[in-house]
Design a protein around this ligand. Structure first.
Ligand SMILES: Cc1cc2nc3c(=O)[nH]c(=O)nc-3n(C[C@H](O)[C@H](O)[C@H](O)COP(=O)(O)OP(=O)(O)OC[C@H]3O[C@@H](n4cnc5c(N)ncnc54)[C@H](O)[C@@H]3O)c2cc1C
Length: 390
């Protein structure tokens, strides 16, 4: 039986392991972190295309069970004026799986639990540092080396190791590094927002100096994020700015606006988490004969289009299908790239456009088309109407 080594136990890692199992390919996941997976405390939306891709492997149920609907988005200007409202695409595209909001950590957890239930092995504390192709009697094999000195051997290696992928640079040492977009994404959670919010709705505010969005969880907690201009945070050190200082910095950016954003931020305790927004416009080489990248490792988009998780899920299903059908890994990887590259790079470009729109210094109001796209990229059928035939 073909054996796949999957590097990274995030979204693409767990989903590709389950999809490979459906394709009759044995897979083992190697995750860098000792427990769980890397998470910065953010929340996200999984759109109909991502959920429909999960349905192919019958893994959509647990995600739906641990999330809440994201049905519409309302836009406001910095004076509190209502700019418009629209549904977030979903049910009208012939699916009962509309978009859902959940924490990134919850998504990791439910996918891991589901993979474990299916008997898929996850090795924690295994940080990939090297990989080489070796030639055996049965053909090409790949040997992965981990930071703890251990090794693993398989027929192919799948780099599901995210934005700062090591696999990407093992495949091509000249691969582009993630580009910092100039924005920090700050998320927070509060039970004391003091602002009435409609359920299942995203409230989006174009502030004078930053962009704000929030939604109401079923338990009454308000989940908010802000895209704020700023310098790149040093990922190699403990945070230099405390959660409280971030809260004040973000609240200050909305203080001159006549909207609830500043009050919601100020009502937040220390559950404030800041991260850098990155993207990679294109990764020229996705695979060798034995190694391939998918998800953020292959095509990182700025968070604005909110499609990174859905794209990682789609990639995982398509790659497994290509490996099921291909005569050898190299041909399967080429078929997967052919099926995926144009679509995912279109999403990266769309997200970069949205990031610009919400950046500080945007003058004047966004056009109605821009507004429609922000937060509801799913309105475009090409994006959320995508379906995979297994
Ligand atoms: C603030 C923020 C908001 C976002 N909002 C949304 C949204 O609303 N909707 C959406 O769809 N997407 C959103 N995204 C993007 C989404 O989270 C990513 O696109 C998605 O997580 C990509 O999945 P992945 O499996 O490719 O990578 P990841 O989920 O990052 O998983 C990579 C895994 O690999 C592990 N790893 C890394 N290096 C190694 C190594 N050397 N060896 C072994 N393991 C390794 C990591 O620990 C991690 O577990 C957001 C991202 C951020 C930061």
């Amino acid at each position: 039986m073909t054996k796949a080594l999957i590097i990274g136990g995030g979204i693409a890692g767990a989903v590709s392991a389950m999809a490979l199992q459906k394709a009759g390919i044995d897979a083992e996941i190697f995750e860098a972190y000792p427990t769980g997976a890397d998470d910065v405390g953010a929340f996200l939306v999984v759109f109909a295309n991502g959920l429909e891709a999960l349905r192919v492997i019958d893994a959509h149920g647990p995600v739906v069970a641990h999330s809440f609907p994201a049905q519409r988005v309302e836009f406001f200007g910095n004076g509190g004026e209502r700019l418009g409202e629209r549904p977030i695409a979903g049910t009208e595209q012939g699916t009962d799986l509309g978009p859902r909001t959940l924490r990134r950590a919850t998504l990791y957890q439910v996918l891991h639990t589901e993979a474990a239930r299916r008997g898929i092995a996850v090795r924690h504390g295994k940080r990939l540092v090297g990989a080489e192709t070796v030639h055996g009697a049965g053909g090409k094999r790949v040997v992965a080396t981990f930071a703890d000195g251990s090794r693993a051997e398989g027929d192919l290696l799948i780099g599901a190791d995210g934005l700062h992928s090591v696999t990407r640079t093992l495949i091509d040492p000249a691969a582009p590094r993630p580009r910092y977009t100039g924005q920090n994404t700050v998320c927070g959670y509060t039970r004391d927002a003091g602002t009435p919010l409609a359920p299942d709705t995203y409230t989006m505010i174009f502030g004078k100096r930053a962009f704000f969005g929030c939604t109401l969880a079923p338990d009454g907690e308000v989940w908010w994020f802000a895209n704020v201009p700023g310098t790149e945070l040093d990922r190699s050190r403990p945070p230099a700015v405390t959660p409280g200082a971030w809260r004040e910095r973000v609240a200050e950016l909305f203080a001159d606006d006549d909207t609830p954003a500043a009050a919601i931020v100020r009502a937040t305790g220390d559950r404030v988490i800041a991260s850098n927004a990155y993207d990679i416009a294109t990764t020229p080489t996705w695979h060798t004969d034995t190694m391939v990248v998918l998800g953020d490792a292959a095509h990182a988009a700025a968070p604005n289009a909110a499609q990174g998780a859905s794209m990682a899920i789609e990639d995982s299903i398509v790659l497994a299908k290509c490996l099921r059908d291909g005569p050898d890994p190299h041909s399967a990887f080429a078929a997967y790239e052919e099926l995926r590259r144009e679509r995912v790079e279109k999403v990266v470009a769309a997200s970069a456009g949205m990031a610009k729109l919400t950046a500080s210094g945007t003058t004047g109001r966004p056009s109605s088309q821009d507004r429609a796209e922000r937060g509801s990229a799913g309105a475009d059928n090409w994006l959320t109407g995508y379906r995979i035939e297994w």
